[in-house]
Design a protein around this ligand. Structure first.
Ligand code: ADP
Length: 426
């Protein structure tokens, strides 16, 4: 029977009961008494059914009571809703178990921290990597157990868009990478990965580049010395060997620049994670840079516009090299038109930008520009001197000064390269 019919049948039964009680009341001489008796009977019946429901709900694991008519319908409906919610709870619990099992079996440490910064859960890898034991350390402050200052600064800064790398402080220590994501109401999921292997490989690569550059410098100086001497000799003033010797001279000059850039890059990389403390007066630095460039690029119109006096906490030599690389690129990759250097706060942060009206860069090259030795147009780049390391240097200087390198460029129109500093010291 459909629910509607059951309800209609119940109403009919109620009306019939009232009718019979009214009839009996009339027969016995009082209609109200008959109605009161009828209504009381209905109330007693309902109270009994309510009691049965309450008794059953107190022990929901038992079968629902048998019931007829509308009461049977109510029992069935409650029973179905209850089953559905039990199933949903079971599914949720299985999903939670599944997620916890998969987090528990990870090689990375996974820790769930509540809104007050206390450990709510941790997997077994947290013990190997961080010495955090679960459940023993449940309720402890995570920042109390991980005492690395970089970790605490990262945790408090609340900007988790980039992972944090904690380099080893002494030989034999691990290099760790931390990633944090927020969920729920202020809870955090902290992942810590052991990247010691990658760190060592990276260090080996850096050491190799720097050692090779060092080793190549001495033979190169000797070659250059001999070529210079030979070129000065009268015997080679106009002879057929002059051109090849000039070529050797040019190439050794290029190689010298390349080695200097490689060594500089290795130095910047090696001290990237060290905290910088010098206050660099950028407007003064840019005045000096302008003078230097005007000596080498007499034909060009180089403009300097300074609209903020902001200083930067950093390394003067590194900042000079980044600004100089970007400006020299602007000069190299534009044959005519002005090159405009700006130091401003239009972005809300102290920003260095340099604009040229030169060849520009097609969008597909932009993501790869800061790779070592990446040059956009190899054949054209041949005629423009460069090592392909300039923007790699700029990227590392940016990273060690909490700055972001942005490029706005249009092919055939020109480019603006900017360094946006998120810190400043006025
Ligand atoms: P390079 O020594 O070749 O200039 P960089 O690392 O400084 O090396 O730059 C990488 C490449 O990016 C360059 O070879 C060039 O193709 C492109 N590039 C850099 N700056 C500009 C610019 N201002 N305009 C156009 N292309 C540029």
């Amino acid at each position: 029977m459909s629910n509607r019919r059951v309800v209609i049948a119940e109403i009919r039964l109620l009306l019939l009961t009232l009718l019979v009680s009214a009839g009996l009341g009339l027969l016995l001489g009082s209609l109200p008494v008959g109605l009161v008796v009828g209504l009381s009977m209905i109330m007693v019946l309902w109270t009994l059914q309510f009691r049965r429901i309450l008794q059953w709900l107190e022990r929901p694991e038992t079968e629902p009571p048998e019931g007829k008519g509308v009461w049977g319908l109510i029992f069935d409906t409650i029973y179905r809703v209850q089953r559905r919610s039990e199933e949903a709870q079971f599914r949720l619990a299985s999903a939670l178990d599944y997620i916890q099992d998969s987090l528990a079996s990870m090689r990375d440490a996974a820790i769930i921290v509540d809104a007050r910064g206390k450990i709510a859960w941790a997997n077994t890898s947290a013990e190997h990597l961080l010495d955090i034991r679960f459940p023993e350390d449940r309720g402890q402050l995570l920042q109390y157990l991980i005492r690395a200052p970089q970790f605490n600064a990262y945790y408090d800064a609340d900007d988790y868009s980039q992972p944090l790398r904690i380099p080893p402080t002494s030989e034999g220590d691990d290099c760790l990478q931390v990633e944090i994501s927020r969920f729920g109401e202020g809870d955090r999921l902290v992942f810590v990965r052991d990247i010691t292997e990658n760190y060592r490989l990276e260090q080996m690569r850096r050491d190799f580049a720097s050692n090779v550059s060092h080793e190549l410098r001495t033979p190169l100086t000797v070659i250059k010395g001999y070529v210079d001497t030979l070129l000065d000799l009268d015997a080679f003033a106009d002879g057929p060997l002059r051109r090849p010797l000039m070529h050797v001279n040019e190439q050794s000059q290029r190689m010298e620049t390349l080695l200097a850039d490689l060594l500089w890059l290795a130095r910047i990389e090696s001290i990237e994670s060290q905290k910088k403390t010098d206050v660099v007066a950028v407007p003064v630095l840019l005045d000096e840079l302008l003078l230097e460039l005007q000596i080498g690029w007499t034909e060009r119109d180089i403009q300097l516009q300074v609209t903020t006096s902001a200083s930067i906490v950093g390394d003067e030599a590194e900042l000079h090299s980044a600004f100089s690389n970007l400006t020299i690129n602007a000069l190299k990759y534009s044959e005519t038109g002005p090159v405009v250097i700006r130091w401003h706060e239009d972005t809300g942060y102290p920003t260095f930008s340099v604009t040229d009206f030169g060849v520009g860069i097609a969008p597909q090259h932009l993501p790869r520009l800061t790779e070592r030795f990446y040059r956009v147009d190899k054949s054209r780049a041949q005629s423009i001197t460069g090592t392909g390391l300039g923007l790699a240097i700029v990227k590392h200087v940016a990273a060690s000064h909490q700055a972001e390198l942005t490029v706005d460029s249009q092919l055939g129109v020109g480019s603006t390269f900017s360094l946006v500093f998120s810190q400043h010291e006025s």
